[in-house]
Write a protein that binds this ligand. Structure first.
Ligand code: ADE
Length: 352
């Protein structure tokens, strides 16, 4: 029998530390599996401080699986506006509809049932199962991989799926009956003590006596991550098209990056100011004045947008496009209330 990934004494030390040191976070005051699900999905790609207000607002608008299943898509995207990775919101709703149709509106109370829902992978299923239902399964996210690579003093590449699968297997054998606290204690240790970017605070760590990385003096070099593909860079020219009281928006296609959200029209490439009037006319609009705006950059997971932008005053003599068009002209008063415009356009949205 191999030795356990964490000794029972280390598990106890971790739980005792968590009881003492855990942050008071809104999703730690509930055992409601629905609320915990929402929090875990939000926390996957977003910082704790940024998630807090979204979490509270989401639950007040959508307090139940049924409310989420029935929320109109535009309102859902509006609730998610600014959080990014919008497929998370769409999958939440898809899963809510499945839970309503196939599970009587109750979240499945087992790991496999959770795992079968859209947008719920091994991490999220483990987190909900352990935190909401006390089921003895682990949840391995980036925080936990960092902690384990250091505790084990392992230079294995944590981006490799086999590494994660092996450590998950090993953790499965040591999850104590306080499964939810165990899950959260590992995440909390990674977030507050075993910090990323080579900055662990080992003097405050309940696992320091068990940490091979610290003993070998290599904790700061871990985890090892294989080289990622560099992000593609796309140059874009963004247009802020307005008459006196209306602004032009474009609906993104229903699939792909930022699917279904609203955006400022833009084209590939960096265009010169002299090219803008002709471009605007191709949309059926009459440009009156063109002004260059500040440049902006937005980093997605796989692509970077390097944006230049022009504000174009357009003639108000324009009745709009047919309703099936991707383009629409909306009253400025409705812009922020009704339309979810992704953060990629933050630099220009603030001018609206
Ligand atoms: N990140 C992912 N899950 C979390 C949780 N439950 N608490 C704090 N940060 C987290």
């Amino acid at each position: 029998m191999n030795e356990p990934i964490l000794r029972p004494e280390a598990v106890r030390a971790l739980l005792a530390w968590y009881a003492q040191s855990k942050r008071d976070l809104p999703w730690r005051r509930t055992r409601d599996p629905y609320a915990i699900w929402i929090s875990e999905i939000m926390l996957q790609q977003t910082r704790v401080e940024a998630v807090k207000p979204y979490y509270e607002r989401f639950l007040s608008v959508c307090p139940s699986v049924q409310a989420l299943a029935e929320l109109p898509e535009e309102q859902l995207l509006k609730l998610w506006e600014g959080l990014g990775y919008y497929s998370r919101a769409r999958n939440l709703q898809k899963a809510a509809r499945t839970v309503l149709a196939e599970h009587n509106g109750e979240m499945p109370a087992d790991y496999e049932g959770l795992l079968s829902l859209p947008g719920i992978g091994e991490y999220t299923a483990g987190a909900i199962a352990s935190i909401a239902f006390g089921i003895r399964v682990p949840a391995v996210d980036g925080n936990v991989l960092r902690v384990l690579s250091r505790v084990l003093g392992s230079r294995e590449d944590v981006m490799r799926p086999e590494v994660k699968a092996n450590w998950r297997e090993a953790l499965l054998r040591v999850v104590p009956k306080e499964a939810g606290d165990f899950t959260q204690s590992l995440i909390e240790l990674g977030a507050t003590v075993c910090l990323p970017k080579g900055a662990p605070r080992c003097e405050d760590c309940p696992l320091r006596g068990d940490c091979r990385g610290a003993a070998l003096g290599i904790a700061e070099e871990l985890p090892v991550r294989g080289a990622k593909k560099p992000r593609r860079i796309e140059e874009r020219t963004v247009l802020l098209l307005r008459d006196g009281d209306r602004t032009v928006l474009r609906r993104r296609p229903p699939k792909g990056l930022l699917a279904g959200l609203f955006e400022l029209p833009h084209v590939l490439g960096h265009l010169g100011e002299e090219q803008i009037p002709a471009l605007v006319r191709t949309l059926g609009l009459e440009p009156l004045r063109v002004e260059r705006l500040e440049d902006a950059k937005h980093v997605f997971s796989h692509v970077e947008w390097h944006m230049i932008a022009y504000a174009v005053r357009i003639s108000p003599e324009f009745d709009g496009w047919p309703s099936e068009s991707e383009l629409l002209i909306v009253p400025n008063g409705d812009l922020h209330k009704q339309y979810a415009i992704p953060s990629a356009f933050a630099a220009y949205k603030k001018l609206l």
